[in-house]
Design a protein around this ligand. Structure first.
Ligand SMILES: *Cc1c(COP(=O)(O)O)cnc(C)c1O
Length: 385
């Protein structure tokens, strides 16, 4: 049994739908409000004896809404604790800041563009050494190891080719070299994949995406498997630097999380149906979706995930122009970056990423929303004339 602050007693065996609704939530003790209040106060009263009533001092250190969200995310990922940040990128930066100077990091050659940019442009001048590896090939990760390797960063499924890598094997490689294993679990969400149970030390999230779920709040999180020096260092950076989400942002994210399991399942069902339709379309050269039997990552994904997610990429016959034209003709699907919201979004990754992109020129990345799948299929039908 884990007692989550003032929340109801939740047991570890409870299903994720129940945890998503109740973890970090309880009627407000002072008013009985069922929906949690938003605590805007930045500072908290000190008692005459010097104590703080609820242990709260100043909201850079902790705030009730942020603590509730951290409890909730730790529960969903099966972790010992969590720290929330103002963005996914701030969460990533915290992991990099936690490393010693001169540390070497191995990251996937197709990691989220902002992650590798952060490693090179922001932490390069601070002497962070970075090797990019094709993590679908474990030997290429082993070859990249150095005596100074302190972190193996994993992202699966990857962006934008939806490549899937074996978290358990990579965590073993990391631990055999006393390195940390961190998994960016943004795309899969804890509903489909639980990296900590596969041996990773930390799960990272851009809560901006599926956890928030409505394209209206930016945020990030780090969830650790066990309390210890890594967790302490993350907490120290979070509270001293203060790249934290506001109470309202935490509240909005909590509200999104309550429906997460149901949304993720609907996103996944829509994505599989759309991927199947697009695979058979004469104007489509290739569809990248781990739920398709011929996808290179299908076998590992079937083992390590409980569903294949709401993201897919398609390559349009006829190159960049044909891809741009198809995207321009879509009526329901919106042309915009980001993912994980209720609305379907499509994006030409190569032009968004700019010079140095590895995305094929005819590739469109699709975040499949919660519209009726037949309407989405009809939209592609008319756009791919
Ligand atoms: C969006 C995203 C990030 C960065 O999150 P921000 O909130 O935009 O900083 C990191 N990783 C993945 C996989 C993402 O999709």
């Amino acid at each position: 049994m884990v007692a989550l602050g003032l929340a109801r007693l939740l047991t570890a065996h409870m299903r994720i739908e129940t945890l998503a609704v109740h973890a970090g939530h309880a009627p407000d003790p002072s008013t009985g409000a069922v929906t949690p209040p938003i605590h805007l106060s930045t500072t908290f009263e000190r008692e005459a004896d010097g104590q703080y009533r609820a242990g709260l001092v100043y909201s850079r250190y902790a705030n009730p809404n942020r603590t509730a969200l951290e409890e909730c995310l730790a529960t969903l990922e099966g972790g010992a604790g969590a720290a929330c940040f103002a963005s996914g990128s701030a969460a990533t930066a915290t992991i990099l800041q936690s490393l010693e100077a001169g540390a070497h990091v191995i990251a996937p050659d197709d990691a989220y563009f902002g992650t590798t940019k952060l490693m090179h442009d922001i932490f390069g001048p601070w002497k962070l050494e970075v090797s990019l590896a094709d993590m679908t090939d474990l030997r290429s990760v082993e070859r990249a190891l150095r005596a100074s390797t302190r972190l193996i960063w994993i992202e699966t499924p990857s962006n934008p080719l939806l490549r899937v890598v074996d978290i358990a094997s990579l965590a073993e490689i990391a631990h055999a070299h006393s390195a940390l294993c961190v998994v960016d679990n943004t795309w899969a969400t804890p509903v489909l994949q639980q990296p900590l149970s596969l041996g990773a030390d930390v799960a990272m999230h851009a809560t901006t995406k599926y956890l928030g779920g409505h394209s209206d709040v930016l945020g990030g999180a780090l969830v650790w498997r066990t309390d210890g020096p890594v967790a302490q260092r993350i907490r120290a950076i979070q509270t001293s630097v203060g790249a934290v989400p506001s109470p309202f942002e935490c509240w909005l994210t909590m509200r999104g999380v309550r429906t997460l399991p149901w949304r993720v399942r609907a996103h996944s069902a829509n994505a599989l149906a759309l991927a199947t339709y697009l695979t058979n379309h004469r104007r489509i050269e290739r569809v990248h979706y781990p739920g398709l039997l011929d996808h290179s990552g299908h076998e590992i994904a079937s083992r390590q995930m409980s569903g294949f997610g709401g993201m897919l990429s398609l390559q349009v016959c006829g190159g960049r122009e044909a891809a741009m034209e198809a995207a321009a003709r879509l009526r329901i699907v919106t042309r915009a970056t980001s993912l994980g919201g209720t609305e379907s979004l499509i994006e030409h990754r190569a032009s968004v990423e700019g010079p140095g992109t590895r995305a094929p020129e005819n590739l469109l990345r699709l975040s499949v929303g919660l519209e009726h799948v037949d309407d989405l299929i009809e939209d592609f039908d008319q756009a791919l004339r």
